[in-house]
Design a protein around this ligand. Structure first.
Ligand code: HPA
Length: 234
């Protein structure tokens, strides 16, 4: 047990998928895992452990934003020995060729600040995905055949942004989408020698204002969960 995770030692798998939404953790565990059991409900941040094709997997909600994800990822790494941590979540599209429902596999995650920024002082650390996971996820996504993009994303501290000039610079520099967690996950994985990746579904678009109808979300989000699982055990 840790401060924020009630699971007993051994109840968390070495491979952890991390959606922001605890109810999406429940849905993904019930849909994709065999024998999924609830292992955490502290603060309603649900976590489940089961197996996928015989491999132990935990799906643990991270909450929204880097400070929340940082709490769960730190405890999963330091107290439960998580080795592979894959964020599955939604993002806002930032490029004209990125459409709603597309999958983005994040090679890097740019930030202004993250909970880890304080330790880097004058250095702009570049949070980067694990190459083996990235490569396996791209292969899995290509096999599935959905439209997939691989490149940089922006991990923002705010959903309701007040700096249109910043979004413009992100777009200008080829950033594919915006979300709020991946940069801290990549930084923690680098610090502790673990593997991390973010596989995202485009749920809304900053330029067109389009948003994914809630009825469509499950099917598109399902592709992302399968890509993450296939990448973890490739
Ligand atoms: N901004 C930040 N995070 C997000 C967005 C967005 O537009 N869409 C999904 N996650």
């Amino acid at each position: 047990m840790t401060v924020h995770i009630g699971a007993a030692p051994g109840q968390i798998a070495e491979t952890v998928l991390m959606p922001g939404d605890p109810y999406r953790a429940k849905w993904a565990a019930e849909t994709f895992l065999d024998g999924a059991e609830l292992v955490n409900e502290v603060r309603g941040m649900l976590g489940f452990t089961g197996t996928w094709k015989g491999n132990p997997v935990t799906i643990q909600g991270s909450g929204m934003g880097m400070p929340s994800l940082s709490i769960y990822a730190n405890e999963l790494i330091s107290s439960y020995n998580a080795q592979t941590l894959i964020r599955i979540g939604s993002c806002g599209g930032m490029q004209p060729h990125v459409d709603i429902r597309d999958v983005i596999i994040a090679m890097s995650a740019t930030t202004i600040t993250s909970p880890s920024s304080g330790i880097f002082k004058e250095v702009n650390f570049a949070p980067t995905a694990d190459w083996s996971l990235l490569r396996a996820a791209v292969t899995a996504a290509e096999t599935k055949g959905g439209k997939t993009h691989v490149g940089g994303i922006y991990s923002s501290d705010v959903f309701y942004a007040e700096r249109p000039d910043l979004d413009e610079q992100m777009v200008r520099h080829g950033i594919l989408g915006v979300e709020m967690e991946a940069a801290e996950l990549y930084t923690l994985a680098a610090r502790h020698g673990r593997r991390a990746l973010a596989v995202l579904t485009v749920s809304d678009h900053l330029q067109t204002g389009e948003a994914l109808p809630s009825a469509d979300r499950e099917r598109t989000f399902g592709d992302m969960v399968e890509i993450a699982l296939e990448a973890a055990f490739a």
